[in-house]
Design a protein around this ligand. Structure first.
Ligand SMILES: [Zn+2]
Length: 414
């Protein structure tokens, strides 16, 4: 299901802007350039958004392609991500997040899934070379976006224990993987506690420290989204490089475990790291979260109970959920507007500073997107919402992508 409703306020604003644009171009003796400002919106996209390096810290890709055999270069009527729509959203780069769901773990099939999904990502990037290229570092991202293409920076969600052999991490690095979420999505794995699962290690254990050191040595970005509070703090302290929290909310706004505490956020920022704000109501809108807590779970898509054991059987069961976008309905009063998302960003900026906040939408990862954002093509809406907060262009550019770029440069080019 799509959420394609624009508020009256937005429609009126756009009409007004269009009207003003026509007046300024036709009725003025001044050169057009002097009348154009970054506050100008053309076809829903502010000039600032068009000119900025826009990098999304968490975009779910490849699950549909893997399980349904589709091509991300094609436009789809459902889901929230494909390359044509990403292009329309002004995206220049993204953490191209390949996903290994928990479902593969009990059968010890997670490593197989990880390798085939990384392989598929490389295939699809190559097949759509006119739109996207693989980026291994910050210089690549700049070079690719300068050509007008999108840059794909591979990120694995999540780490599991990769069958307990650190050489598998090195093999993935050789394939082009430059970022890994340590936590196994919502499951505590062999070396780090997840925020949604039992605390087995009180944060991270010795294997976790070894993996962090190895990632530092290789020059891989350490992603600690989905980690427990202790695990985030310990990882930030152990790592020599800044670490990232690619997608989530703030616990100070919504008391969900997938939201980062002020303490952990400050620790990440103090090491030069960056926190990506996820786009879902569950992590960002206290009203919606409260409503969910009351037990009304009508909007939660049914989770497939897996009885399957082989790779193929699990694939077939999971395929029923694809694309992984949110499919429920949200009553009007609980459905978040994009201005609430901007307020969450503002909370982060006030907490840790504008150098440490970014966007990590989680498109196709199932967030209950704001009303104004039906899919990735509506990404400019977040820029408009930040402009309404009175943010400077410089600050907006950092949040839209320059902060991710800085961390990637620091980690991969040191
Ligand atoms: Zn996630």
């Amino acid at each position: 299901m799509h959420f394609n409703i624009k508020t009256n306020e937005d429609l009126e604003r756009r009409d007004l802007i269009k009207h003003l644009t026509i007046l300024s171009v036709t009725g003025s003796i001044f050169p057009v350039e002097t009348l154009l400002s970054d506050r100008q919106v053309i076809d829903g996209m502010p000039e600032l958004h068009r000119n900025a390096l826009v990098m999304d810290g968490h975009v779910h890709v490849m699950t549909r392609e893997l399980l349904l055999g589709t091509d991300i270069g094609q436009r789809y009527p459902d889901g929230t991500v494909d390359l044509p729509r990403a292009k329309e959203g002004g995206v220049d780069a993204m953490f191209f997040s390949v996903y290994t769901p928990e479902h593969y773990y009990p059968g010890r099939l997670e490593t197989k899934n990880t390798f085939r999904v990384v392989n598929l990502a490389l295939d699809q990037i190559e097949r759509n070379n006119h739109l996207i290229e693989l980026a291994l570092n910050a210089a690549d991202i700049e070079r690719i976006s300068a050509k007008g293409k999108m840059a794909a920076f591979l990120d694995l969600e999540g780490g599991y224990d990769l069958d307990g052999d650190i050489n598998l991490l090195r093999a993935l690095y050789r394939l082009g993987l430059r970022s890994m979420q340590l936590t196994a999505h919502n499951t505590t794995n062999a070396f780090i506690d997840s925020c949604n699962d039992v605390s087995r290690w009180g944060g991270i254990n010795d294997l976790g420290k070894k993996i962090i050191t190895e990632m530092n040595t290789l020059g891989m970005v350490i992603n600690i989204a989905h980690a427990s509070n202790d695990a985030i703090i310990q990882t930030a302290r152990v790592s020599n490089d800044p670490v990232i929290y690619s997608h989530g909310g703030f616990y100070g706004i919504v008391g969900h475990p997938r939201c980062i505490t002020d303490e952990a956020a400050k620790e990440v920022a103090s090491k030069g790291g960056v926190i990506g704000v996820q786009f879902g109501s569950l992590f960002n809108n206290p009203k919606y979260y409260g409503w969910q807590q009351k037990g009304s779970n009508e909007t939660t898509p049914a989770t497939v109970q897996l009885s399957a054991r082989t790779l193929k059987e699990i694939d077939q069961e999971l395929a029923k959920e694809v694309p992984l976008n949110f499919k429920g309905t949200i009553p009007d009063e609980y459905w978040m507007h994009v201005d609430q998302l901007a307020r969450v960003i503002d909370y982060g900026v006030n907490l840790v500073g504008e150098d440490h906040i970014a966007i990590g939408s989680d498109f196709d990862g199932g967030p209950e997107l704001p009303r104004e954002i039906k899919d990735i093509s509506d990404l400019p809406q977040i820029t408009i919402a930040m402009q309404k907060l009175g943010y400077s262009d410089e600050r907006i550019k950092k949040i839209l992508g320059l902060n991710w770029l800085r961390v990637i440069r620091q980690v991969t080019e040191a």
